[in-house]
Design a protein around this ligand. Structure first.
Ligand code: ATP
Length: 273
């Protein structure tokens, strides 16, 4: 039915400054995706055709979904409303033949009716499952439906697609041709400065946030940590502070609530309890 293709109601509040180390990508996405949706006449007057689709590629936990959610929040706050639809790649698949295609068509119709719209496909590689011969047919049918729907959008950029993936090679090549998902943003693990920024974001609302020196020292230690790891680290530190401050609430056979396996960072206990 149509009930599940309502635009996402945004009831979280993610701002662009909740995202560390990605300001370049944020700017590019605003200019490539967001502003063309809000000011189509301007871009048309310079005969600029905004991209139909962009791909966010890179390892898990590096902020791809976060950026899309921030765009959605900005959209919901923009003077002119932008509708936001979110789908997980694999959820589009269905055991019913033709059902996935039907749902995709409904989704695009709905997005066009409520334009300007952003459709976000998380884990879009899930639309291209491992190809057994039986699945190949299903896959091809879904991909060609998606291609036809994208090609059928009128070129004024009033509906734009964002795809996210950590396996860009697993995406059907046809989806990456010009006029489809033809801009790619390659997310990588954050560098030292970005890690410090992310640690700051996830501790700045603490009553006793760590000092800048400590954050920088930690950031230098956490080589190879993605944004999600850094967030988990902050949670772990808070839990440890709690254990230390309230040992009496634990009985001898309590298992500690959280163990995210990040104990190899000596300084992870960075709260002055
Ligand atoms: P996946 O491929 O697993 O979906 P992803 O790149 O979409 O990965 P997110 O879901 O955006 O990753 O990240 C998970 C969580 O980690 C975010 O909700 C956020 O709390 C934190 N995080 C990740 N990257 C950043 C960042 N650059 N700045 C601040 N927090 C971040």
């Amino acid at each position: 039915g149509g009930a599940d293709i309502q635009p996402l109601q945004i009831n979280e509040d993610i701002n662009f400054d909740d995202i560390g180390g990605l300001s370049e990508y944020i700017n590019d996405l605003k200019e490539m995706v967001f502003f063309p949706l809000l000011y189509p006449e301007f871009f048309a007057s310079y005969s600029i055709t905004p991209p139909r689709g962009v791909l966010l590629c890179g390892p898990p936990g590096t902020g791809k979904t976060l950026i899309a959610r921030a765009l959605a929040c900005a959209a919901s706050k923009a003077g002119q409303k932008v509708s936001f639809y979110m789908r997980k790649g694999a959820d589009v698949l269905s055991k019913w033949v033709g059902e996935a295609e039907r749902q995709l068509k409904l989704l695009f119709e709905e997005a066009q009716r409520n334009q300007p719209s952003i459709i976000f496909f998380d884990e879009i590689d899930g639309l291209a499952p491992v190809r057994s011969s039986k699945q190949e047919q299903i896959h091809n049918s879904i991909v060609s439906t998606l291609l036809a729907l994208m090609d059928g959008l009128d070129s004024r950029g009033q509906v734009v697609l964002i795809g996210a993936t950590n396996r860009v090679d697993a995406i059907d090549g046809a989806l990456r041709r010009p006029g489809r998902f033809d801009r790619e943003f390659n997310f990588s693990l954050p560098g030292c400065e970005a890690r410090a920024e992310i640690l700051n974001i996830h501790t700045r609302k603490w009553k006793h946030p760590p000092t800048r020196e400590l954050k920088e020292e930690l950031a230098a230690t956490c080589v190879g940590y993605c944004g999600a790891d850094l967030k988990a680290l902050c949670t772990e530190a808070a839990i440890r502070a709690f254990r230390e401050k309230y040992p009496q609430v634990y009985t001898s056979d309590d298992k500690y609530a959280i163990d995210v396996g990040l104990v190899n960072v000596e300084k992870s206990h960075f709260v002055e309890a």
